[in-house]
Design a protein around this ligand. Structure first.
Ligand code: ATP
Length: 219
């Protein structure tokens, strides 16, 4: 299978981090930014770096943007540029467009004009940090959909020494323990009789309301 080709538009903190990570994984990455200094900075990390205004349809066409499998629009501040760019990419027939949004409204517009996935890095990271601050046993919180999330919870207090059957998280809270992590080790098919010890981290999936109840109970 041919390696996927990625183009990232906007080399701010988010866009350049995506570009670096994909390059590090060995993918071909085209980095685009209107600011020449920004493209210069990333040029020895990615396959190609080009200075271009992504609201200029001809410029994108000339770069052969429609031949890329995935294009990430990582422009945040200039909402108009982000929307115009997404619209042009859609018109040109890019198969998968991932667009970063600064606000719910911005994200809604991006979705309506054809972004295949809208991401909210600031909002999502804010939520993850908030859950950790509210309850230090929550090490991470990842939103799967508007209703469902995954959380990583450090085993503590009354959980210690119990097994999953005794905890009865599924019946009490309607949530599922998907895995138990201990350091680098990951038990991905935990059994009812698995006993929890200090240092264990539960990876739990569930409805947000139920996860909140669980967080409060074990904070
Ligand atoms: P971050 O939070 O990721 O640092 P941001 O959300 O603040 O970024 P901006 O700084 O607005 O986003 O934009 C990121 C990059 O996008 C900037 O380097 C900017 O030069 C570039 N950019 C903005 N508009 C365009 C455009 N029309 N064409 C190409 N690049 C653009």
């Amino acid at each position: 299978m041919a390696k996927k080709q990625y183009a990232i538009i906007g080399m701010g903190r988010f866009g350049s981090s995506v570009a670096r990570a994909l390059s590090g994984m060995g993918f071909d990455v085209l980095a685009i930014d209107a600011d020449e200094q920004r493209t210069q900075e990333i040029s020895n990390i990615v396959t190609h770096a080009v200075s271009a205004d992504s609201t200029d349809e001809e410029a994108l066409r000339a770069l052969g943007i429609r031949n890329f499998d995935v294009v990430v629009v990582a422009i945040g501040e200039d909402i108009q540029a982000s929307i115009l760019t997404t619209l042009i990419l859609k018109d040109l027939g890019v198969p998968a467009i991932i667009a970063k949004a600064k606000s719910e409204l911005h994200g809604k517009v991006l979705g309506k004009i054809g972004a295949d996935k809208v991401i909210y890095p600031e909002r999502d990271m804010g939520m993850r940090v908030a859950h950790h601050l509210a309850s230090p046993n929550i090490l991470d919180y990842i939103e799967l959909s508007p209703d469902y999330s995954i959380l990583d919870m450090k085993v503590s207090g009354s959980m210690l020494g119990k097994n999953l059957q005794e905890l009865d998280i599924r019946a009490k809270y309607g949530c599922n323990v998907m895995a138990i992590r201990q350091g680098e080790e990951m038990n991905i098919s935990p059994r009812a009789e698995d006993r929890l010890i200090d240092g264990d981290i539960l990876v739990i999936v569930g409805h947000k309301d139920n996860l909140t109840k669980l967080e409060i109970e074990y904070q």
